[in-house]
Design a protein around this ligand. Sequence first.
Ligand code: 5GP
Ligand code: ZN
Length: 119
Amino acid sequence: MSHDPNCIFCKIIAGQIPSRKVYEDDDLFVFHDIHPWAPVHFLMVPKLHIASMAQLGPEHERLMGKIMVLAPQLALAQGCNPYPDGGFRIVCNTGTEGGQEVHHLHVHVMGGPRPWLKG
Ligand code: 5GP
Ligand code: ZN
């Protein structure tokens, strides 16, 4: 299934739920987390509904690679300080024991001056 009508992130991608968009292309939608843990905190999601990293297969290598290569560029553009004194943290919670609450794969990118609320 490419979209799940009950998925909150599918609704955000479709514009049915408002979000503060950071970036969009044919494959990805990126938006600010509604409850930021850090001065910069955005979520990178594939437009394709993939429940979590547990569902990834070889067909997703290009997509996941794209997220990882884009993350540092967006982090700087959103106000993270440059490496090595700045930087950012990437988190991808997977499954209940992994702390995942929204079951549409998403990569958290967090950064900015510390202290942070969490993380
Ligand atoms: P998880 O715990 O699944 O890794 O993270 C889900 C994240 O999605 C949380 O950090 C939460 O704040 C964020 N989130 C949940 N609902 C919404 C929403 O409606 N809008 C936005 N922008 N973020 C959301
Ligand atoms: Zn979804």
